[in-house]
Design a binder for this molecule. Sequence first.
Ligand code: AMP
Ligand code: ZN
Length: 143
Amino acid sequence: MTQQPDCLFCGIVAGTVPSTQVDEDERTLTFMDINPGTDGHALVIPKAHARDLYDIDPGDLAACSVTAQRVAGRAVRQLGADGVNLINCAGEAAWQTVFHFHLHVVPRYRDDQARDSLRLPWTPTPGDPARIAAAADLLRAAG
Ligand code: AMP
Ligand code: ZN
């Protein structure tokens, strides 16, 4: 298993950094976030080090997604969540602070300020059609 010496989450995989684990399989580990956004906020990581979304092995990414689905289901059934956000921050500009890939599994609770005070971080507003189309053209093109 590829580990990186100074990586915090590799330390969690190795057991040298403490964590509150909730799930483990061959490729992934899931533990509680120490700064939870809501009740039950957990992080799914690949056991093999990958810096971010661009770096992760596609098989590990698929495994993390399947684990996130399993943990999200438990959040609904066992914590009584009304919904779940899966969040990945890829790069500093996208709020990534720990550079070992992780999926945030964030249970959501309707009308329960004590467990969930999150707000949508943007204001949905109709975009300029020309800018939307221009971005779509670039996204369609092979990079
Ligand atoms: P991100 O900003 O997407 O890179 O998320 C990193 C997350 O890791 C943050 O939500 C932190 O609260 C969380 N975190 C940092 N250190 C630890 C740790 N030792 N155990 C559990 N979660 C951690
Ligand atoms: Zn790592």
